[in-house]
Design a protein around this ligand. Structure first.
Ligand code: UDP
Length: 329
């Protein structure tokens, strides 16, 4: 199949591109390299471009004529979205409309969308299935929910079919450390903990210890990026085969608190890095854990790396490699 992947030079995108390439698909990565990297595109062709540039996007799509588009390109930091809402609505909503428009004008009908557990806000159920109402509490989550609304309306015209994958907390790296997370200002917990262990930061802050959870810190469902990449391949196959739109949660169905992640990171690295309790971070829901029955039953997805220490081990291997690379002249 011919697949156009926006944001394919980024963290999750690069793992999916790798997996698609290993299956023999023909890929164009469309990425502005704002947070992604050229070296992360191991398969297919990289087209450096911005989704804001509608005519460039149209031309690339027109020349390539993809069977499907997988859309990763987005801004993804919850706290930043609270400070810079316009950036999130522009990058995540307006630019996605540009992409959908370019697809429509080129009669490209199949779309895999990176959504997020942030669409749920502060749910009152312990395990979240896709029927839980969407009440995002930050602009990042709102931007993802808005696009889901657009997609739902577009399918009614019969011009588009999509699978929205609602990611829970994606972490870890390719076990062979060929690709991994490499944002300049990584804010995610596991990356931040490992960079603290390496001495890049003096301490790791625990944001909020007064949440209504057993140890007072937020609980998240951490999913290994390779399992998530595999979910994309299965969702794409399902979409192409059945032509049915759907929404699926991507997580393992069990949560870890910030304190539990810190303990696991200390164990894996063998480094007792400094931790400090700090006030809550804006926009954080106390608990997000997936019910991923739908993804499993519809696509046959079976996680292979549902193990927090394994997730952290692969991320640690990647962080050590990144550090080594930076030291080289
Ligand atoms: N967190 C933390 N310290 C950090 C980074 C994150 O305590 O340096 C917490 C954050 O407040 C949240 C959880 O870890 O409760 C997961 O945050 P992350 O940014 O990794 O992912 P998010 O759930 O926001 O997408």
């Amino acid at each position: 199949m011919k697949i156009l992947v926006t944001g394919g030079a980024g963290y999750i995108g690069s793992h999916v591109v790798n997996a698609l390439g290993e299956c023999g698909h023909d890929i164009i990565v469309f990425d502005n390299l704002s947070t992604g990297h050229k070296w992360a595109v191991l398969c297919g062709k990289l087209e450096v471009g911005d989704l804001e540039d509608s005519s460039h996007l149209y031309d690339v799509m027109n020349a390539f004529r993809p069977d499907a588009v997988i859309h990763f390109a987005a801004s993804i930091q919850v706290e930043e979205s609270v400070r810079k809402p316009l950036k999130y609505y522009r990058n995540n909503v307006a630019n996605t409309l540009n992409l959908l428009d370019a697809m429509d004008r080129n009669a490209v009908r199949n779309f895999i969308y990176s959504s997020s557990a942030a669409v749920y806000g502060i749910p009152d159920t312990l395990l979240l299935d896709e029927a839980v109402p969407l009440h995002p509490i930050n602009p990042y989550g709102a931007s993802k929910a808005m696009v889901e609304t657009v997609l739902g309306d577009m399918t009614k015209t019969g011009d588009l079919r999509y699978i929205a994958l609602r990611y829970f907390n994606v972490a870890g790296a390719d076990p062979q450390a060929r690709v991994g997370q490499a944002y300049l200002d990584a804010t995610h917990l596991i990356t931040r903990a490992l960079k603290t262990a390496q001495g890049d930061f003096a301490k790791l802050c625990i944001f909020g210890t007064d949440y209504p959870t057993p140890d007072g810190t937020c609980i998240r469902d951490y999913i290994h990026v390779v399992d998530l990449a595999n979910a994309h391949l299965l969702a794409l196959d399902y979409l192409m085969e059945t032509k049915k739109s759907d929404i699926m949660n991507c997580g393992y169905g069990r949560g870890f608190s910030v304190r539990e992640v810190v303990a696991a990171a200390r164990k894996v690295t063998g480094i007792n890095f400094t931790v400090e309790e700090a006030p809550r971070r804006a926009g954080d829901p106390p608990r997000l854990v997936a019910d991923s029955t739908r993804l499993r039953s519809i696509t046959g997805w079976q996680p292979r790396h549902d193990d927090l220490e394994f997730i952290i081990r692969t991320a640690w291997k990647w962080e050590l490699k990144l550090k080594q690379r930076k030291r080289q002249p």
